[in-house]
Design a protein around this ligand. Structure first.
Ligand code: F6R
Length: 260
């Protein structure tokens, strides 16, 4: 795992730069998109690159990580709507190129299985953007999730619902209890994983994710078994890393040709 400690602006440029390099070399690449606040600066940078540098998504496809169960189609916090608003409709993806789990399906297990099939049929995810929850979740794989899980229904923890209440006008009772989420094994199948964490509230989760023992109690720790993970963290989120000085000096000495 590579850990880069930098300012939020620099992290956004690095993550967007990795996506840009991928799309310029393979325009038909498959992206994995996350919702939440962490990737928003990355999406802003991608939109800028699209408008100012001609970066095209026209041949690319994308899969989102997760979706609330039961939010009505027009609800602004439905992740399908969030991803459309934050990135999909602001670049030149082809119609239908961005897919997400269907939290309104009549048969949720069948929708989850169909979603797994769709990712496989697309050839798998080339680059997956991730955030991390304060409880160590990736996607909505909450503590206790099977490390071998696939897309399925999950119950959100009270901690995650409280964290996400800010998107629902601060009203905890408006945050759904259930979600569909790619499983940890689904996420692990992506060829490159770029996880973004900013702010002091993520410091414990980042410490466990990078330096803790692999455990379902901190689901992100499964990523220690992945051969190509880039953790992009700001100084506050890196605040509990024992190896922070090592990560800083390693990145400072990194050869320019290497990329992420
Ligand atoms: C969102 C997702 C979640 C978030 C995580 C962090 O699609 O899968 O794992 O990435 O809850 O959320 P933020 O970035 O809002 O702190």
């Amino acid at each position: 795992m590579e850990v880069v400690i930098a300012t939020p602006d620099e992290l956004a440029r690095l993550a967007a730069g990795a996506i840009e390099a991928l799309l310029r070399s393979r325009p038909e690449a498959v992206l994995g998109l996350a919702t939440g606040s962490s990737p928003l600066p990355v999406y802003e940078e991608l939109i800028r690159l699209h408008h100012e540098q001609g970066l095209s998504f026209a041949r690319a496809r994308a899969f989102t990580l997760d979706e609330y169960v039961g939010l009505p189609p027009e609800h602004p916090q439905r992740y399908r709507n969030v991803i459309d608003h934050e990135i999909a409709e602001r670049v030149d993806f082809s119609p239908g190129a961005v897919q997400g789990p269907d939290g309104l399906a009549g048969d949720l297990p069948a929708a989850c299985a169909a979603y797994e099939d769709a990712i496989v049929a697309a050839g798998g995810v080339d680059l997956q953007i991730l955030g991390i929850g304060t409880d160590g979740h990736v996607g909505f794989n909450e503590p206790g999730s099977s490390l071998a899980s696939r897309t399925r229904i999950k119950t959100l923890t009270e901690q995650t619902r409280a964290d996400n209440a800010r998107f629902f006008g601060g009203q905890l009772d408006q945050v759904p209890q259930h979600c569909l989420t790619q499983g940890l094994a689904t996420i692990m199948a992506a060829r490159h994983i770029v996880l973004i964490a900013t702010g002091r509230g993520k410091a414990d989760a980042v410490h466990q994710f990078v330096e803790g023992p692999v455990s379902a109690m901190w689901p992100a720790t499964i990523l220690q078994h992945h051969p190509h993970v880039t953790a992009l963290v700001d100084g506050a989120a890196a605040g509990r890393l024992q190896l922070a000085d090592y990560f800083r000096s390693t990145y400072a000495a990194k050869p320019v040709w290497q990329g992420l």
